[in-house]
Design a protein around this ligand. Sequence first.
Ligand code: AP5
Ligand code: MG
Length: 192
Amino acid sequence: MLNIVLFGPPGAGKGTQSERLIEKYNLVHLSTGDIFRANIKMETDLGILAKTYIDQGLLVPDSVTIEMLRSELNKKKDVFGFIFDGFPRTNAQAAALDEVLESLNSSISSMIALEVDEAELKRRLLHRSISSGRADDADIKIIENRIAVYNKETSPVKAFYQNQNKFISINGSGTIDEITSRLFTAIDTKIA
Ligand code: AP5
Ligand code: MG
């Protein structure tokens, strides 16, 4: 299996680039943010709980997030692989992911991190707020909180994959096409 963790701060382009990667490599896209938002829309218990964290730009608790991901993974067997977008966001999530994949006789191939400077992240998210309908895009204070949470709680996950020799860093600034082509090169090199 080809299992990629597409990593990066809010607005780095994880969702945008995931769409292209799943098409080229025939992978399944697993975005925890998208799954939470679908649950919020359907007003499930999970959605109602998650919304209280997401609207403030805070992480949903690990126990809830890990259980959700485990059940999503178990629903989708016999696939070529996964793009994990927005997961793992803590070292506890990363350890849990290794464990679930091992139970499926698989593992993470690489973590690819999109590096984008903070001013550009804010520009992109504020621009998206015009059309996204996402409460967490609508307020610069919440955007700043999401970035701060990323720096404090999520960025350390890079070291988890560095220690496994699976970490790749990519320049996430430029046009969407330029970044896609950097990602294709990184993945093709990995597969070769
Ligand atoms: P999540 O949905 O994962 O949001 P996020 O990480 O904050 O990131 P975004 O989805 O906003 O950005 P992205 O990197 O996907 O960029 P995109 O391609 O959209 O998580 C939301 C919340 O859910 C979290 O805050 C947390 O509360 C909760 N959550 C989720 N996962 C969790 C977990 N594992 N544990 C705990 N809690 C969790 O691009 C952004 C914008 O920029 C778009 O408008 C796009 O068109 C544009 N754009 C993209 N690339 C470019 C480019 N190259 N040039 C110009 N514009 C570009
Ligand atoms: Mg996204």
